[in-house]
Structures are given as C-alpha cells and as structure tokens.
Ligand binder design. Structure first.
Ligand code: ADP
Ligand code: MG
Length: 612
C-alpha cells in the first residue's frame, strides 16, 4: 500500500501561511506595526527602501520580549494574545493568530532585535528563509526592531507580483495612514528611501486626520458621537462639499481595527443618500465599538473582513449615527434651496446671449492667456472674464453643446438637418433633464447629461489620438494634498497624465501643484477632477498599464466637463446638442455605460392607454 499523504515540514507551512498574510510589503508593515501597538508602543517608526522590496524596518518602544519569548515568537501559532478557546470571543488586541512573524521570516532575510524594559541586554535573532541562523545578545534601547530584507527572495512566484517601487510605496503610505488614524495617541513616522512619507506626533483625532487627509479636507469634517448600549459610533464624517470618487478615504474601524466591510460601508452610504451624488463617496473616520463577543474578526487572515452577530442592528446604528449629523447640518437646507433656484435661473434670451458673448470673449483669451492679456486685456479683466463669464455662462452653454466649447452656435445652426439626431423633431424638454423628440411614430427621449458626456468623451478621445488632449494652464495654479497612493501614481504616470492634459508638479510632501488640466473641463472644479483622476489611477494603476485605464480616465474628464443635474435648455441648445451627437462617433450609451436615448413606440403608448 502506498502512502500518499505526508505532513508538511514547518518551513513549508509557514511559507503557505505567508501566502495569505504577506501579500506585499505593505502587508508586512501592517502586521509589524500592529504588533508594536499590541506591545503598548507609543512611538513607531518605519523605514523602507525600494518600496519595501529591499528593506522594511519597524522600530518601536513597546514592552519588548525576553530571549525565550523572542525565540518562541518565530514559531507558528505562538502568541501571547490568546491562551484558550474562549479568548477568541473577546479579542482586544490587533493580533491573535500567531502567524505573522513566522510567515514573514519564512519569505525574507529577517532580523528580530528586542529588549524588555528592565533587562540588561537585548536579543538578536537572524533568520533566513525561515531558518534561524544566529541568536545572540545585543545592546539596544528597550523595545523591538524588526528588519525584513529582500522579501520573497525565496518565492519567485510572489516576487513576480510585486509592482513598481512607487506603487508599493503608495500601498505602504495608505497602510500607515490607516494605522495612524486608528491611534492618534501614538506617534508614527515613515521614511521611504530616506524621504519622509509621514511624521505625526501624538494628538487628537481631528488633528491626526488633518495630517492624513489634508487640512483643507479636514475643515469639512463633522463630529459623530453616538453611544448606545450595544454599539458606539464615533469619529468624523464629511459634509457634501467633500467627496471622493472611491471609498479610499473611508477610514472605518471596528474595535480599533481597520476594516473594509460591506455592511459598514453600506450603512454609511445609505446615510448619505440624497446628500451626495450617486457614485461619490464621503471622507469619514468612524470608530465602531461593539462588545468583543459580538463581532468575529477571525474570518480572514488579514482581518479586514468581519462578521457581526447582529448585523442589522450594527448597520442601522451606524446609519442612524451618520444621518443624525447630516440632518442637523446646514447644507441640507441650502441644497434644497439652491438647486431649483439654480435650474430656473438658467439664462434665457438677451441675458443669455450676452453671457455667451462674454464667454466667447473670455475663451479666446483662455488658451493663450499669458500672451494675450498683456496685449488686449488687463489682468483683472481677464481674471473676471475667467472667473465669472467663463466659469458660468460658458460652462453652462458649453457643457451642453460640448462641441467647440465657446463657439457661438449661430454660425452652424442654420445648415439643414443631417444625421439621425438632427432629423428628430424636438418636442421640448422634460424636467430640465431630458430632451423629448418625435421620430415618425416613435417618442425618443434623450438624457441630455449622458449625451453631453458622450460627446465630450469622444472629443477627448479624438484629441488624444491626434497627439494629446488639449490642455489649459491655470492662471493661478492650485495646490492639492493627496494620499500617498495618489502621489505615487501621479509621479509614476506623469508623462501619461500630460498626454491627457494634466500637468501636476511636486510641491513638497504629499502636495502637488496643478498647473494645467484638460481644456474641456477647465472651467470646472479642477482640484476635484485631479483628485478623482488620481484616485482612479491609484486603484487601476497598480495592476494595469495606463493605456488600459485610458477610457475610464477620459470618461472621468468628460463627466466633469458637463453640467450635472437639471438644466433648462432652449430649443436651439437642444439642436446644438443633437448636432454634436451626429458629429460624434456615437454609441448609444454614455461612457459610464448608461443609455443616452430611449425610444418609446406608439404601440407601447397605445398599450399603456389600453387603446389596442
Ligand atoms: P500575533 O500578533 O498574532 O500574536 P505574531 O506572529 O504577529 O502573532 O507575533 C507573535 C508574538 O510575538 C506576539 O504574540 C507577541 O507576543 C510577540 N511580538 C511580536 N512583535 C512584537 C513587538 N514588536 N513587541 C513585543 N512583542 C512582540
Ligand atoms: Mg501579530
């Protein structure tokens, strides 16, 4: 009889476990810093070289380990944090599985140096690919220093999955940010190739947030405080003036541990329904406290997912806590006041023509502003034209008739209809959002926003293929504070970003200067656009080549270049939009995949009215 089954040697099981816990340098850092915090450290400093691929070093001032414990800590399932079954139900530490150190040591050249407070000397253990090479006494400050070099040197398959050093550095920065937000009472620092990525001294949560998400962003945050018997929800959430294109600035913690949990995220987004646009995400730092037995964190080795015993209670408490803050806040009243007003204030007749003329005037000076203003207009005149006319009238008119931003449309208007869309008979506008047309016996409904977006997208695509998206320099370049991941992609894709019209220059730390943006979107909130583009890239860029992300990025620019929501149009503006649609290589959906037009046939209507 043959024996097929054998127990794997420990070195191999550690490597297998490493596959789950140690995905990339940032996951090593997460594990090591969590250990430092579990050891009571109040100061944690992290050093990486080449995105952590060459070196990761974490130094803390925690309680350290004795020689015996230091040796034991490298054994699989060796932990000081739980002792028996029942402890699993009441975990208050970040770690408990006893897997991180042996896993990390099995896939790197590893050195653990540690000294307990009160002991005369420290212990240094050198491990290579999981094999202990040397154990010796050493002198050092109390605390622990763990050095990880050449991660994955003995697992070539893993090594292949490592990204550029900028990308890995970005992930490290994001992990550090999550940890730093979780513990404002501790100091953190992180350097990458000698350059400081993050340095924060102990402070309170709001100040910590302003260091992590930026001062400007932090000024839009509002306090959440809700203690119920079962769930406590506290922290800060943003008002509608501060949103992001993805959930990357949603810092959510359960019992002090960062989680990326669907239930939690859903609860927060529910609270924001009607407050922010669909597809946008708020900036939040929310700390949810539950009795330890009520949440299972032992679902996945990275502990980013959790399971709640009473999921709906948790969900509803989070939603209610956030809603309470949003409800009390001033912007909701403002929002309902301004949006209908804005729609009805859409210019008509004479006033409108004047504004268009002003916009056209302004736009002439926009692309070559620097040369022009000294010749023709005073600086302040340009400024005014830029800020009032161009960002107002032009944005409105242009955005709708996205074609040729500021060409007054009278010139083209008179030519005879050609193409499908111009052949439609315009009936009128519905709800300032839809254009209703008749085509034979069909009722054609066009979503004007989706259509404008599609036109803008195609225009950008054409420009790109013809050598580069037209860009426009900002008269007053603005600075923008970003996350580490976003700064990393901005650096990495700088030439490609220039190709789609963005010029972003380093401005120290995590700040970039926005010097130019795509011309089509230049009248809009440039900072928000740049933030969205970089967030998109940070999410896609890790794995994809820029080219793969191109359509998505251009559609993001297109989306920013058009007017959102309701917008009253005159018939000729509708015609102009239809004309642009005919001139565009026009698929029947907007770049986000939403349909642009919908046909209701006479037969369908007759059925509704029971005429058949
Ligand atoms: P876990 O954190 O799940 O217990 P680890 O493999 O991460 O497992 O760590 C094993 C043990 O090593 C921990 O339980 C702790 O006792 C000890 N340890 C690890 N890092 C440190 C540190 N920085 N300071 C003090 N003790 C540490
Ligand atoms: Mg641990």
């Amino acid at each position: 009889m043959s024996q097929r089954i054998s127990i794997l040697p420990e070195n191999l099981t550690n490597k297998i476990a490493a596959g789950e816990v140690v995905e990339r340098p940032s996951s090593v850092i997460k594990e090591l810093v969590e250990n430092s915090l579990d050891a009571g450290a109040t100061e944690v400093s992290v050093e990486i070289a080449v995105g952590g691929r060459r070196l990761i070093r974490v130094t803390d001032n925690g309680h350290g380990m004795s020689r015996e414990d230091a040796l034991l800590s490298l054994e699989r399932h060796a932990t000081s944090k739980i002792k028996c079954d029942s402890d699993l139900d009441g975990i208050l530490t970040l770690g408990f599985r006893g897997e991180a150190l042996p896993s990390i040591a099995s896939v790197s050249r590893f050195c653990l140096a540690t000294r307990e407070q009160g002991s005369l000397e420290g212990t240094e253990i050198i491990v290579e690919g999981g094999k202990v090479r040397e154990v010796k006494a050493c002198g050092m400050a109390s605390g622990t220093v763990i050095t990880v070099e050449q991660i994955f040197f003995n697992t070539p398959a893993r090594l292949k999955f490592m990204k550029s050093s900028e990308t890995e550095t970005g992930h490290v920065g994001d992990v550090m940010a999550r940890l730093a937000v979780s513990r404002p009472d501790a100091s953190f620092s992180c350097t990458s190739d000698g350059r400081e990525l993050l340095r924060v001294q102990r402070s309170d949560l709001l100040r910590r947030l302003s260091q992590v998400v930026g001062k400007e962003s932090a000024s839009h945050l509002h306090l959440v405080e809700n203690n119920s018997e079962y769930v406590t929800v506290g922290g800060f959430v943003s008002g509608p003036s501060l949103t992001r294109s993805g959930p990357q600035a949603m810092y959510t913690y359960i019992n002090g541990r960062f989680v990326r949990d669907k239930v939690v995220q859903h609860a927060i987004l529910q609270a924001y329904r009607g407050v922010i646009d669909r597809g946008r995400y708020p900036v939040v730092a929310l700390f949810i406290q539950l009795p330890a037995g009520e949440v299972d964190v032992n679902v996945h080795p990275t502990k980013h997912e959790v399971r709640f015993r009473r999921q709906s209670v948790v969900h509803d408490s989070i939603q209610a806590s956030v809603e309470e803050v949003l409800r009390l806040s001033p912007w909701l009243a403002k929002k309902t006041e301004t949006s209908p007003a804005k729609a009805s204030a859409a210019p008509t007749g004479q006033a409108y023509r004047e504004r268009i003329a002003a916009a056209a005037q302004a736009s002439l000076t926009l692309p070559h502003r620097e040369q022009h203003y000294s010749q023709s207009l005073s600086r302040s005149a340009v400024l005014e034209a830029t800020t009032t006319a161009a960002s107002d009238a032009a944005a409105e008119a242009v955005a709708v008739a996205v074609a040729e931003p500021v060409t007054p449309f009278q010139s083209k208007q008179e030519s005879s209809p050609s193409g499908y869309f111009l052949s439609l008979n315009i009936i009128g506008q519905f709800h300032s959002e839809y254009i209703l047309c008749q085509s034979g016996t069909d009722l054609v409904i066009i979503d004007q926003h989706a259509a404008s977006e599609r036109v803008a997208f195609q225009r950008l695509k054409q420009q790109f293929l013809a050598g580069g998206v037209e860009s426009q320099r900002l008269l007053f370049p603005e600075t923008i504070e970003l996350s580490f991941g976003e700064v990393a992609v901005a650096g990495r894709f700088s030439p490609e970003l220039a190709g789609i019209g963005f010029e972003l220059e380093p401005f120290g730390g995590n700040t970039l200067m926005v010097a130019a943006v795509p011309r089509l979107a230049a009248e809009k909130d440039a900072i928000r656009l740049v933030r969205d583009i970089l967030a998109d890239l940070a999410q896609l860029g890790a794995s994809a080549a820029f080219q793969d992300a191109l359509d998505e990025l251009l559609s993001r620019v297109a989306c920013h270049s058009v007017v959102r929501g309701v917008h009253a149009l005159e018939i000729r503006q509708m015609r102009e939009l239809l004309r642009s649609m005919d001139e565009t290589e026009f698929a029947a959906s907007c770049p986000h995949g939403r349909p642009v037009s919908h046909v209701v046939t006479l037969a369908e209507l007759e059925k509704i009215f029971k005429r058949t």
